[in-house]
Design a protein around this ligand. Structure first.
Ligand SMILES: *[C@@H]1O[C@H](CO)[C@@H](O)[C@H](O)[C@H]1NC(C)=O
Ligand SMILES: *[C@@H]1O[C@H](CO)[C@@H](O)[C@H](O)[C@H]1NC(C)=O
Length: 90
């Protein structure tokens, strides 16, 4: 039986940043993604790529990195159908 090793390791994120391919300019979306950060209380503020959620539209992030704000108080992320409380993002 195969087990996912994801949660056995320290939680760290590797960001692969790629610039959009040259299929037309999307200035509006760029501006939106630049301005709209995910904010939820003091601990989790001005979060950008690859995360999205709340005021930050999905096209600004990567699927699987959706952050959910609960009453502007707590943040959760769902990993393999399990919700985790997000305490801090560096
Ligand atoms: C730009 O925004 C529109 C409307 O919000 C969206 O439908 C479209 O997918 C976005 N484009 C990209 C490249 O994400
Ligand atoms: C946020 O988390 C605290 C501590 O777990 C809990 O008491 C509170 O009800 C949560 N608030 C919301 C809106 O989920």
């Amino acid at each position: 039986m195969e087990h996912s090793t994801l949660l056995n390791k320290p939680l760290s994120f590797i960001f692969i940043i790629s610039t959009p391919a040259s299929h037309g300019t999307d200035d509006d979306n760029y501006t939106t993604c630049h301005e709209k950060t995910y904010d939820c209380r003091e601990q989790i503020k001005e979060i950008g790529c690859p995360f999205w959620g709340k005021d930050r539209p999905q096209f600004c992030g990567v699927q699987g990195f959706e952050l959910t704000s609960h009453a502007n108080e707590n943040t959760t992320i769902v990993i393999e159908k399990q919700a985790f409380r997000v305490l801090h993002i560096n």
